[in-house]
Design a protein around this ligand. Structure first.
Ligand SMILES: Cc1cc2nc3c(=O)[nH]c(=O)nc-3n(C[C@H](O)[C@H](O)[C@H](O)COP(=O)(O)OP(=O)(O)OC[C@H]3O[C@@H](n4cnc5c(N)ncnc54)[C@H](O)[C@@H]3O)c2cc1C
Length: 389
């Protein structure tokens, strides 16, 4: 039976290439990685070697110079094939921070190596245990001493450090009490992870619901060369915000991939599973929720492409990127729930992949931004309602 995916679009060639690659990493591959709580090393290598993870790096730095629409199709196809782009999506959007705000020297130093896969830039360290979503109150400090910054503090939930060479770090360089606006006085740095682990940075992995490599990170007088500052000192929070629209749109695309995967699995199982002498899908109580999931996914997908297209035209897309992330994460989570229910007891068996994808897609209601924070953005910035915090 043919897969339910959006009608053939202008990305068909790209989709076919991704399907070829992802097809070599089947259910058993992802099940084994999940069971071992491992990292899909072979998959990420293959993706890197084929050039897909450097989609957003301009050609002059060795990348393929594609737009966000294409990059989002790459992420979508991984999840649509039953995989988990969460293992490598950081590379797509973290690199954007360097590209937009790094100096020419930094770009020449890192981007070509990221494009070939010699270096991985999979990590970004923003969240802290005591301040959470209230990012401007973060407590990690970077104090300039001669030609170095000395970093002290703590981060939490920092993903893929153990499978990355470089990390973008947000730290406060001017105390909160000394800045006019709380969004000022923070800076971003590019951190060489191996060097940092040998000189003041320690990590402690967090065992979590998903097979997602994520860590607590501690900085004890970590010295970072001053030339690793990205852009201007004090502007780091703005730089991080600049990257969020791409991140939101890419995560939305992953959710769309998940959502179609769930709809396909639900549809197939409902057609095949016979109970009371008829396919369970003949019961409207079973088929209507699947139809509902499909409708919600199609609608969310429109907003995802709207956000990507605006981004690629360099037009404001904050509203669309946030709404796409919200709609897609909701559609994938609801489709996951329907898929589990449609499978009955078998939904809980690991060999069906449903429980794994169910856990994986649930994350996107919380990270990289929680649903309430999207509501708050839309309420304040789009609808002009009073600022709440
Ligand atoms: C698996 C995983 C991987 C992650 N990877 C990274 C990473 O690589 N780098 C990184 O920097 N971070 C990462 N994060 C952190 C993630 O971005 C945060 O967990 C997320 O932004 C929510 O922050 P918090 O957990 O501190 O929740 P909190 O800020 O403590 O909020 C808890 C709940 O309260 C709600 N809430 C808080 N304040 C308000 C308010 N004013 N109004 C309404 N509701 C509110 C939130 O929406 C949320 O639901 C990851 C998290 C997870 C779980």
């Amino acid at each position: 039976m043919t897969m339910i995916i959006p009608a053939a679009d202008q990305y068909q060639e790209l989709r076919e290439a991704l399907r070829d690659l992802c097809g070599s990493f089947d259910s058993q591959y992802w099940q084994k990685v999940d069971e071992a709580r491992g990292y899909p090393e072979a998959f990420v290598d293959a993706l890197t070697k084929a050039g897909w993870l450097s989609a957003l790096i301009p050609t002059e730095y060795g990348g393929s110079g594609l737009g966000l629409c294409e990059a989002s199709v790459i992420m979508e196809e991984i999840n649509l094939a039953g995989g988990n782009a969460g293992s490598c999506h950081g590379q797509m959007y973290n690199m954007g921070t360097l590209l937009r705000h790094g100096s020419e020297v930094q770009k020449q130093l890192y981007l070509p190596k990221i494009a070939t896969g010699e270096l991985r830039l999979q990590s970004m360290a923003v969240t802290e245990p005591t301040t959470g979503t209230d990012t401007t109150k973060l407590k990690t400090t970077a104090v300039k001493k001669g030609d170095k910054y000395v970093v002290n503090g703590q981060k939490v939930w920092i993903s893929r450090i153990q499978h990355s060479d470089l990390m973008i770090l947000l730290a406060r360089t001017t105390p909160l009490a000394e800045v006019k606006k709380k969004s000022e006085g923070m800076s971003i740095f590019i951190v060489n992870i191996a060097e940092a682990l040998a000189s003041g940075m320690t990590i402690s992995p967090i065992l979590n619901m998903v097979n997602h490599e994520t860590n607590e990170v501690f900085f004890d007088n970590l010295e970072i060369p001053a030339e690793n500052l990205i852009g201007e000192e004090g502007m780091g929070f703005k730089y991080i915000l600049d990257g969020l629209n791409a991140e939101r749109a890419l995560i939305a695309a992953e959710c769309i991939g998940d959502a179609y995967w769930f709809v396909n699995r639900s549809r197939n199982y409902a057609n095949e599973r016979v109970v009371f002498d008829r396919p369970i899908g003949k019961n409207q109580g079973v088929q209507f929720p699947i139809a509902d999931s499909y409708i919600e996914t199609e609608a969310a997908n429109l907003m995802r492409f709207r956000a990507c297209e605006l981004f690629d035209q360099n037009l404001p897309c904050g509203a669309q990127a946030n709404m796409a992330k919200y709609l897609a994460a909701k559609a994938s989570w609801e489709a996951a729930n329907v898929c589990l229910q449609t499978h009955g007891g078998f939904g809980f068996a690991c060999e069906y992949d449903v429980e794994r994808k169910f856990r994986e897609t649930r994350l996107y209601q919380v990270a990289p931004i929680s649903t309430n924070l999207i509501f708050s953005y839309v309420a304040e910035h789009i609808l002009g309602l009073p600022r709440s915090f």
